[in-house]
Design a protein around this ligand. Sequence first.
Ligand SMILES: Nc1nc2c(ncn2[C@@H]2O[C@H](COP(=O)(O)OP(=O)(O)O)[C@@H](O)[C@H]2O)c(=O)[nH]1
Ligand SMILES: [Mg+2]
Length: 398
Amino acid sequence: MFSRFKEKLSGFKEALSSKIAEKVSQAEKLAGKKDNGKTGDSNIEIESQARALSGAGKNAAQAAPEKSSASSSAFAGKATAKAAVAQPEKAAGESKIKSRFSFFEKAKSLIFEQEVILEEKDLEEPMWALEMALMESDVALPVAEEIVREVKDDLVGKKKKIGADTGALAEQSLRSALITLLSKNHLDFDEYIKSREKPVKILFVGVNGTGKTTSIAKVARYLMNQNYSVVLAAGDTFRAGAIEQLEVHGNSLGLKVVKHKTGGDPAAVIFDAVEYAKAHNKDVVLADTAGRLHTNINLMDQMKKIVRVTKPDLLIFVDEAIAGNDAVERARLFNESVPIDGSILTKTDADAKGGSAISIAYITGKPVLFLGIGQTYPDLVKFEPQWLVDRLMGEAEA
Ligand SMILES: Nc1nc2c(ncn2[C@@H]2O[C@H](COP(=O)(O)OP(=O)(O)O)[C@@H](O)[C@H]2O)c(=O)[nH]1
Ligand SMILES: [Mg+2]
């Protein structure tokens, strides 16, 4: 799952790592130049002097009350005397040391703790690499741009210790950008079903062969596991064998399938299924439809009619993740024709790129409800941004 996406991301991680390495070596050179000749190792001495001096001052302050209560102590007296001598020396030296100290502290943070701050110009190359990686993974252009913007905002001004894994920085930033993006337009399917008046009518649409009928069977089983009663409507009256295919699922799940003859009016079949559900107190009607291309005006008009007549609570667009940008574009066009309420992306188990899963909700402005991850009934996962990002970023396998 998403193997190519992971592979493509390595370019972004490398670009960011090498930029950080370059910045560190520049910082080291700069610090080295300032040290040379003038101070050299004496910087270290200055630091220890400064520490000793401020330490002596502190000791003296702390020693003072001790002295009055223990005047017999020769040691206490000596310490106070030393502090008194040190005092003017300290005052005179402090301003000099302070300026040295600030440079020293800065150099120290760069060299010894190896910290760099990423600026906008440092990120040009890594961000280009990220945008390319996303585009090559079939992420739609506006979505790729949005992700790049988020990642850049996150990284600019970030202090980076180079001892740590720079790849992890890149990954963490991208991970949170993806979570933010995928969390927009979220809809909790379970809550939705629970809260709606029954029967809840759900209509599945999309192009041919993408997995509508299989997804209906999977969703039926998903709902049955939550103790809902389900009726199936054989609304694909167009393709030979479509009604039988749904009946096979109905039989294995033990569900009523409402059907007419092949060639009949799909809106009438679905209408009957809803009547059946009302009469038998069923909770959910899942209605199949024939596959149609968004370019086929007649079939798109027929879909509009089905929606007008049956008034579904949820109109779900089904497409296959492996279609990448095509799936996203089809979703956009279906949504323009008849506003969808959400999508199901099937065949994510076979999808190497991940682009459609990342893009589809953003482009349609409607949530992804489920992902299909195989051909059997349990191969359906409720869409959760975290679940997807864990798989995209390689921390979990399907
Ligand atoms: N690997 C995989 N195959 C799927 C998935 N969903 C559906 N399929 C397969 O895709 C093919 C077409 O499915 P079908 O439901 O008939 O598509 P429809 O024409 O849209 O109704 C079938 O062979 C399904 O088993 C999925 O999530 N993963
Ligand atoms: Mg079908």
